[in-house]
Design a protein around this ligand. Sequence first.
Ligand SMILES: *Cc1c(COP(=O)(O)O)cnc(C)c1O
Length: 397
Amino acid sequence: MPAGRHFLQIPGPTNVPDRVLRAIDRPTIDHRGPEFQELGQDVLAGIRRIFKTRHPVVIYPASGTGAWEAALVNVLSPGDKVLMYESGHFAALWRKLAGRLGLEVELIPGDWRRGAEAPAIRERLAADKAHAIKAVCVVHNETSTGATTRVPLVRKAIDETRHPALLLVDTISSLASIDYRHDEWGVDVTVGGSQKGLMLPPGLSFNALSPKALAAQAGAKLPRSYWDWSEMLAPNEKGFFPYTPATNLLYGLREAIRMLEEEGLANVFARHDRHAEATRRAAAAWGLEVLCAVPEEYSSSLTALIMPAGHDADRLRSAILERFDMSLGMGLGRLAGKVFRIGHLGDFNDLTLMGTLSGVEMGLELAGVPHRKGGAQAAMDYLASCGRPAAGTAKAA
Ligand SMILES: *Cc1c(COP(=O)(O)O)cnc(C)c1O
């Protein structure tokens, strides 16, 4: 084992803070008893504040993929048409899952360098006079590309066409790191996961609901049992779960929500914005291109950088892992070998970023990747110009 902490700078799972690790390190309790009830009520209320919703949030003991499936099976019927936008690898995986469930997917192809385009969605919905499309599914933060979708614009596109389709949004890699507002943005089902912005180990995932989604559930005919919201919502009202919950992860979730609220969600988002900007400045100094082609859609939780032609991203990543004990995200799907991704989300501060960027800069040198020096310096100059360090270091009231 190398000395010092491993740098886990993939865009999820992210580094789990010591406070969360300590919170998890407790005896598992009777999940039908009064002590659990308090925990259950606490996390079920707290997670709503993170999604910014007054409506129920369902917590599953599952990875994000489970919550993807849950979102679809609770509101749709076999053969229903869903409109999806191919923003990248994760959008493509959600589409595949929808197809396997027996849904008919209308896919808007994308170039994997931007978020879902509202005008294209508006056009498809306007053409769907018969309202055959029952749901629009987009990924808020496409973890494979580092491009975000401007969800309010998608909402506006649906409203402008007066189309009744539900809006389903994946926030697995943006929840608690990039501004997101389930109620205000009129989202019907938001899908979240524990192991990215929420700073927890993998193993929990979420569906935030809207009244319209709950109403759609009554007529939805895809088979559902384990994922059934109504099975969950009844016991959740008293803080309990219909089956054994991931009790220890819920201890962690309670602590993570406390940490996020001590810092203040607005400060958390500003911190992620700052680290993303510093990373892009480093990339510009190195002469490496950011994959996301639309500046308004730059992700604040990760940055994907394009390798110079003829250089393999995986060679660079393995050199950095071997020499500096840092994991960076690989290129996924059609981006394999062509990009590497720097995760800068979760339990992360200015110096974590500087360690990360120094490792990348040294790695570029080591692996013989053409670049200019001075990326880490450019990031430092920017961070120093930002004044006060992360608000997380001072306990906000
Ligand atoms: C990580 C991720 C997923 C998959 O979640 P799992 O927990 O691996 O099942 C889905 N969508 C996005 C945007 C992700 O970042």
